[in-house]
Design a binder for this molecule. Structure first.
Ligand SMILES: Cc1cc2nc3c(=O)[nH]c(=O)nc-3n(C[C@H](O)[C@H](O)[C@H](O)COP(=O)(O)O)c2cc1C
Length: 340
């Protein structure tokens, strides 16, 4: 059951949309490693309608690799989301995803992101408006509810299915939980039981290939969406589809390739070097000497100096034999920071 609207996906493993991460260069790497779908990070419907330059940058994609190209939009107004959907289509989007989970105030105060969980009829009206305006399949990404007293995910799923959504992703934490506690996978199983026909993406706390397979088996979801475990580790998709973890040489070559693609994507060398530091921290996570490497690259502003430091570190870097030793380098993943 790997159908998603008019598309057949190659496998059930997809990259989660992540602000500041799921930009074209990283999506292309994840696709090449075997991810079946890599939606963009959330893109503002208002920014799209105003043709804001920064917003348009998020729309860039690689038509050769990104098949299908899925664009995630956020907004609270059905009419504006319809217009943004048609702009997205004119820029090449083949699939549209609606963000109904973002907990950040800047987003929810305008009735967008997770604020839509409190208003299923408006969420459904947005799906309809986007489908009608663009003619494209529309998927939605939700949380389990606004807070512990309003876990209305079944009501949301029903309203969205009625409105014709082509697939539903669920991150089973409430808005109130943010990223605390753990994702409640029983919610994913519950949605599948009630809406067996609706293609379902399970998401939340998949930390390894084993977790991903366990989520498929235990919840019955059709697809597994992987976020934080893919930071600095696009190879997770290769491993999930039968491949091997990277050798040090491969890791080094891919980090350099990502860095050069990121430089070209951002355009401004200093901005690119600084925004790539997060990726370098993630790539180095769990490798011997990661803390020293991170401290060093954080002082470098010249692209060539960064590339030299990457070559010197990754060409020989080994996994820490004692994974506990790497725990002080916990991944820095702050959704709010990513949204600026
Ligand atoms: C840095 C970061 C940025 C995120 N940005 C988005 C986003 O733009 N759109 C979205 O729907 N979810 C976003 N999320 C949520 C993830 O898609 C996902 O639902 C969440 O991280 C749980 O999955 P995980 O446990 O596999 O990381 C973001 C998460 C992180 C960590």
């Amino acid at each position: 059951m790997l159908r998603l609207g008019p598309f057949t996906l190659a496998n059930p493993y997809v990259l989660a949309p992540m602000a500041g991460v799921s930009e074209m260069p990283y999506r292309v790497l994840a696709f090449r490693m075997g991810a079946a779908l890599c939606p963009t990070e959330l893109v503002s419907s208002q920014g799209l309608m105003r043709a804001n330059q920064r917003t348009l940058m998020y729309l860039r994609f690689d038509a050769q690799v990104e098949k299908p190209y899925s664009l995630q939009l956020y907004g609270g107004d059905p009419e504006a989301m319809g217009l943004a959907a048609s702009v997205g289509r004119s820029h090449g989007a083949q699939l549209l995803d609606i963000n109904m989970g973002c907990p950040v105030k800047k987003v929810t105060k305008n009735g967008a992101g997770s604020a839509l969980l409190s208003d299923p009829p408006r969420a459904a009206a947005i799906v309809r408006a986007m489908r009608e305006a663009s003619g494209l399949p529309v998927t939605c990404k939700i949380r389990s509810g606004w807070d512990a007293r309003s876990r209305n995910y079944l009501q949301m799923a029903e309203a969205l299915q009625e409105a014709g959504c082509a697939g539903l992703a669920i991150h089973p934490r409430t808005r109130e939980q943010g990223y605390s506690g753990s994702a409640d996978w029983s919610v994913i199983a519950d949605v599948k039981r009630h809406f067996p026909e609706l293609p379902l993406f399970g998401n939340g706390d998949v930390k390894s290939c084993e977790d991903a397979r366990r989520m498929l088996e235990t919840t019955g979801c059709d697809f597994v969406m992987i976020g934080r475990a893919a930071l600095g580790n696009p190879w997770i998709f290769r491993e999930l589809t039968g491949g091997e973890p990277p050798t040090p040489e491969e890791r080094c070559a891919l980090v350099l390739e990502h860095f050069h693609a990121h430089l070209a994507f951002v355009g401004d060398p200093l901005g690119a070097v600084r925004s790539f530091r997060r990726h370098l921290g993630w790539y180095a996570h769990g490798l011997v000497g990661a803390a020293v490497f991170r401290a060093r690259v954080n002082t470098l502003d010249a692209p060539e100096a960064v590339a030299d430091a990457v070559r010197a570190f990754f060409a020989t870097a080994d996994r820490a034999s004692n994974p506990g030793a790497a725990s002080e380098e916990e991944q820095d993943v702050d959704y709010r920071a990513a949204l600026g």
